[in-house]
Write a protein that binds this ligand. Structure first.
Ligand SMILES: [Zn+2]
Ligand SMILES: [Zn+2]
Ligand SMILES: [Zn+2]
Length: 252
């Protein structure tokens, strides 16, 4: 399985508009972050997690031509607003794309993109997608996909375990039942907003606690704000934890 980080920023992106902090003015490309998304490829299957506002640019930059399935974590703007860009993939594949998420996320996607799902719309230039609600584990090809319920402030959103890899962004609390589902994970990608605490996202200290509790051999931090300068953050992390950056690939 190959994992590519298409985006690693929190909702505002990095650089933040009109910010002249050291991260936002850095020339290091690892400090330029699109909104968070990853792309997973096995020999059989390609999975996209979330469709951020820069999806078109992300697909271009990473030369992505195939998406078999989309998994949605939740329906905040930074995770869904590029949904319309899947049209280019529909065109290449000549098929609609099955999308999975929890009930609330799918409801909100139907609302935000009502023109796609309204029966009286002409289908010509519309994204072709089928939304499926999933709360229990399911299999796609050689991948076992386990939706992971986590708290994002007071809403329940989903992370995903795929075989022995897990992706969790926008999380401020992991319930005990979800910790059980994460047992034995070998690679964890975890959303981590900044150094200071935040009501709806893990800060660095909280993320490191989760990584330590799960005893994962390798972890990457994503959904990073401009408060994290790449090298600065890297220096503060234990060897088995790394800050992700756009374009980074992991063979797993
Ligand atoms: Zn987010
Ligand atoms: Zn900044
Ligand atoms: Zn969110």
């Amino acid at each position: 399985m190959k994992i590519t980080f298409l985006g690693t920023a929190t909702s505002r992106g990095v650089p933040v508009l009109n910010c002249d902090c050291p991260t936002c003015t850095s020339q290091d490309p690892r400090n330029r972050r699109y909104r968070s998304s990853i792309y997973l490829e096995s020999e059989e299957l390609s999975i996209l997690i979330d469709t951020p506002p820069e999806l078109r640019l992300q697909l271009l930059k990473n030369k992505i031509k195939k998406i078999d399935t989309i998994l949605f974590t939740h329906a905040h703007a930074d995770h869904i607003m590029g949904f319309d860009d899947i049209r280019a993939i529909n065109y290449l594949q000549q098929s609609s794309i099955p999308c999975y998420g929890n009930k609330q996320a799918l409801q909100e996607i139907r609302k935000a993109f009502s023109y796609i799902f309204t029966a009286n719309q002409q289908k010509g230039g519309l994204p072709q997608a089928r939304l499926h609600h999933k709360s229990s584990p399911f299999e796609l090809g050689n991948m076992k996909i386990t939706p992971l319920v986590v708290k994002h402030g007071n809403i329940d959103i989903l992370g995903y375990r795929i075989n022995d890899f897990a992706y969790i962004t926008d999380c401020s609390f992991i319930p005990e039942e979800t910790f059980k589902l994460l047992e034995g994970v070998q690679l964890l990608i975890l959303g981590t907003l900044r150094y200071r605490p935040h009501p709806t996202h893990f800060n660095l200290e909280e993320s490191l606690e989760v990584i330590e509790r799960l005893n994962v051999p390798q972890a990457y931090l994503t959904h990073l704000s401009h408060k994290f300068e790449h090298n600065n953050l890297k220096d503060k992390l234990p060897d088995h934890v790394l800050p992700a950056y756009d374009g980074l690939t992991i063979k797993f």
